[in-house]
Every structure is written in structure tokens, then in C-alpha cells.
Design a binder for this molecule. Structure first.
Ligand code: HEC
Length: 440
């Protein structure tokens, strides 16, 4: 185990969730926007509408700044925060998919070069050549999505990888195709919304309304298909994830789905408005609708991440980074049994000296380290915390005394959404002692 990253009261999980959900906007805009751009540029060419080029200039600049500044910062932010929040799971992903990421980054580089060339050559070079640059960007961006989706979907449904450890066995898993089409539909919805925001800055009402109407058609179809693909995705989810998300497992997950449906429903209606009365949608209402869309995305992501519990990589690694099962193809061994025998503390390379002492204070310090590592990825330890406060939860179920908590730690196995306790009886007592101390 690596050192633990503590974010008091908030948890590293919520931190990543915020960055990653925001990142969906620029990342999916980056993949979707140029399909709309080349569509408009082709129309400009065929129908002789030079006024459309003004939109393309504004839209491309918006993409350039939003995706390649905010998107890049949050992309790096995900890597950085996920690496320190859950280093072992990131390490597993890299050991399996480093060539997937390497391929994705090749297409990123193509995207970045293409968008700069596209923007700065608009109106300056032959129109057909310019359009070709647009196509290069559009395909490169979508291909990067084809690749990253495999790695993301692998985390929810590991497929045959769980036995073979093979790259493509994990990549083309049960939820791969629904996720790819879901993200492809979503990228059209997001591209449509940002196109309305950019079109709102156009001076000529006639051009503005023509673009708003076209963008709304894209957006409406994109949002509708996003919802349909989500249903396909849910159907393809592993049974345990369905039980957790749709059954009685964790009721709050169903509420997230209602929020998501509300968000996407409102966005769909906005697009319908854009189709029927294109002079109404504009920059400000578009920005407001991005906030609504973000609420829908945040809820959907919460659901997608939530149904994976108790795992961070389904079937393979628990949310607290302990390896849950053997992967014969890779020679990886489950860790629970050996931790029960040899203790959890021996897996901590960075154990503070204090926690090695046999005094009462030493035992509490050891208990704190165990609780941090085994509960801290999903829970916070402060009473007034934002996310799943343990003192509050333990109090709610009436287990705040050391002996009771030790019994509860044994009962963790019975919860569908939490990993079992890993360690010896001494470890359990130490963790219970510390948890009892924070309940006081
Ligand atoms: C993989 C994430 C995860 C880990 C790791 C985890 N929990 Fe939980 N825990 C949850 C979730 C999710 C809930 C349910 C939250 C809700 O009801 O909204 C929960 C609920 C609880 C509850 C309330 C149970 C009830 O019946 O109402 C307690 C107590 C609790 N956890 C203790 C712990 C302790 C102690 C640890 C560490 C040994 C731990 N959890 C580790 C995710 C986790």
C-alpha cells in the first residue's frame, strides 16, 4: 500500500468526482464539436453561405479555449488526483492499458495540431483543403474516444480479463458497446449546446437562427439517443451492479437516475424550443442549460461509479485498493486471506513509527492507519463531513462502542457495497478502538 491521501470532511472520492464530471463537458465537446463544424462548413460550401464561416470561427475558438485549456487542466487533474487517491488501482490500469493510452495520446496530438491549423487557416486556404483538416480532427477525436471507452468500461465490467488478464478480453467487455454509443450520442448533445452558445454571439439574426436550429436538431437527437443508450447500458450492466443500483441495495442510486432523467429531459426540451423558435435560445440561456446538463452528467457519473461498489475495478480490486480475487492469467493473487493471517499493517510501507509501538497510543495510531486505508476512500471521519461521515453512520446504527464496532467490522462482509475487513483480530480491535474514539 502507498501512503493515504486524506481530504478531511470531503474525501478524495468527491474531489475526483467533481473534476471528472466537469471533464466530461470539455472532453465530449472536443470529440463531438468537429462533426458539427464540418457539417456546417460543408453546408456553407454547398449552399454558398459564407456567413456560416463566422460561426465556425467563433465555435472553433470556443472549443480551442474550453477544451484545450479547461479540458486539459481537468484531464491532468483526474490523473493527478486519481493517482494519489488510489495509486494501486491506477497502477493496475497502467500495467494493463499503457499501450491503449499511448495510442490515445497519438490521436490527441493529431487533434491538437489539427485544431490550431484549422483555426488559423480558416478563410486563408482552399476551402476543400480546410474541410479536410476538419475531418482529420473529427476522426482523430472520435478514435481517441473509441480507445478510452474500453479502459473506462473495463473498470465496471472486467469480462474475461478477470481470468485471462488479456488486453482485449478486458477492453471489449459487456458494457463497451453501450458506453461507446452512449458517449457518441452525448458528444452530439454537448456539441449542440455549445454551438448554441457560440451562435448567440453572431450579429446577423438570420445566420444565428439558422445555426441555432441546426444545433438544436443535433442536440435533440443526441440527447434522445443518450437516454436510449443509457437504457441499453443498464441492461448490459453486471447483475450485482443492477441489484445495487436498481434493487433495494443503495436507494440513493435510484435518486441519482431521477436527477439525471430530469436534467437530460430539460435539455431535450430546450433543444425542441431551439428547433421550433430558434430566436429564443442564445448564449446566456445556453450557459444556464450547460449547468443543467452538468447536474444530469454528475448524477449519471455518480450512478456509474456507485454501482461498481464495493470494487474500484469490478471483480478484481476493492474500493480500498485491496486485491479481491486471483487473476490466473497474470499470476495475481487475492490478498484478503494473507492479510487475515499476516495482518494489514505489514502491507503499509509507510507506517508511522508511532503506530509500531505497543502502547495504547500506538494501538490507536495503528487503528487510525487501518481505518484510513480500509474505509477512507469512501468515508470521511469528521462529524460535520460532506460525504458519508463514519461517526454519524456508526451513531445512526447505534454502534459507537469499541466492542460493537469490532462486531460491525465482522459484519462488513454482509454488505453488498462494502469490502470485507482485511486483517487479524488485533487489527480489527485496533481499528475499532480508533473508530470508537472519533465517535465520542
Ligand atoms: C467502497 C466504498 C466503501 C468502503 C471501502 C467502506 N464503505 Fe462503508 N459504506 C459505503 C457506502 C456506499 C455506504 C452506504 C451509504 C448510504 O447509505 O448512503 C456505506 C455505509 C456504511 C455504514 C452505515 C451502514 C448502515 O447499515 O447504515 C457504516 C457504519 C460504514 N459504512 C462503515 C464502514 C467502515 C467502518 C469501513 C471501513 C472498515 C467502510 N464502511 C468501508 C461505502 C464504503
Amino acid at each position: 500500500m502507498y501512503p493515504f491521501w486524506e481530504v478531511p470532511g470531503f474525501t478524495s472520492a468527491l474531489f475526483i468526482a467533481l473534476i471528472a464530471s466537469f471533464h466530461i463537458l470539455p472532453s465530449h465537446l472536443a470529440t463531438g464539436a468537429f462533426w458539427f463544424n464540418v457539417f456546417i462548413e460543408q453546408k456553407a460550401l454547398k449552399e454558398n453561405r459564407p456567413d456560416f464561416l463566422e460561426f465556425i470561427r467563433k465555435y472553433t475558438l470556443l472549443i480551442l479555449i474550453f477544451c484545450f485549456v479547461y479540458g486539459s487542466i481537468t484531464g491532468v487533474g483526474i490523473w493527478f488526483s486519481a493517482t494519489i487517491a488510489s495509486p494501486r488501482s491506477l497502477s493496475s490500469l497502467i500495467h494493463n492499458y499503457v499501450w491503449g493510452w499511448a495510442t490515445e495520446w497519438v490521436f490527441f496530438v493529431i487533434e491538437i495540431v489539427a485544431i490550431y491549423v484549422y483555426y488559423y487557416t480558416l478563410g486563408k486556404i482552399d476551402v476543400k483543403a480546410h474541410l479536410r483538416i476538419g475531418w482529420i480532427y473529427a476522426w482523430a477525436a472520435w478514435i481517441s474516444m473509441i480507445i478510452i471507452t474500453g479502459i473506462l468500461a473495463f473498470m465496471l465490467s472486467g469480462g474475461k480479463w478477470l481470468v485471462t488478464g488479456g488486453f482485449f478480453d478486458g477492453f471489449f467487455n459487456d458494457t463497451y458497446w453501450p458506453q461507446l454509443f452512449l458517449r457518441t450520442a452525448l458528444m452530439c448533445g454537448i456539441a449542440g449546446m455549445y454551438a448554441i452558445i457560440a451562435a448567440g454571439r453572431l450579429e446577423k439574426p438570420e445566420t444565428r437562427e439558422a445555426i441555432v436550429r441546426l444545433a438544436s436538431v443535433w442536440g435533440a437527437i443526441g440527447t434522445l439517443l443518450t437516454v436510449l443508450m443509457s437504457v441499453w447500458f443498464v441492461v448490459k450492466m453486471p447483475q450485482a451492479a443492477k441489484d445495487l443500483g436498481l434493487g433495494a441495495g443503495l436507494p440513493y442510486l435510484k435518486h441519482l437516475l431521477y436527477v439525471a432523467a430530469g436534467g437530460f429531459g430539460a435539455v431535450f426540451l430546450y433543444f425542441l424550443l431551439g428547433i421550433s423558435v430558434p430566436k429564443v435560445p442564445g448564449t446566456y440561456s445556453g450557459i444556464l442549460m450547460i449547468a443543467v446538463l452538468f447536474a444530469g452528467i454528475f448524477a449519471t457519473e455518480g450512478f456509474r461509479e456507485g454501482v461498481r461498489r464495493p470494487y474500484i475495478i469490478n471483480g478484481y480490486m476493492y474500493g480500498n485498493q485491496i486485491v479481491a480475487s486471483d487473476v490466473p492469467g497474470k499470476g495475481i493473487k487475492a490478498e484478503l486471506a494473507s492479510m487475515k493471517e499476516n495482518g494489514f499493517l505489514s502491507s503499509l510501507y509507510f507506517l508511522p513509527d508511532e503506530a509500531k509501538k505497543s502502547s495504547d497510543a500506538g494501538r490507536l495510531a495503528a487503528g487510525r492507519m487501518i481505518a484510513l486505508h480500509q474505509c477512507g476512500n469512501c468515508h470521511s471521519f469528521e462529524k460535520n463531513a460532506r460525504l458519508r461521515s463514519l461517526p454519524v453512520f456508526l451513531d445512526r446504527i447505534g454502534m459507537t462502542a469499541e466492542e460493537d464496532i469490532a462486531v460491525f467490522l465482522d459484519a462488513l462482509e454482509g454488505y453488498a457495497y462494502m469490502p470485507p475487513f482485511a486483517g487479524t483480530d488485533d487489527d480489527k480491535q485496533a481499528a475499532a478502538a480508533w473508530l470508537a474514539s472519533i465517535c465520542k
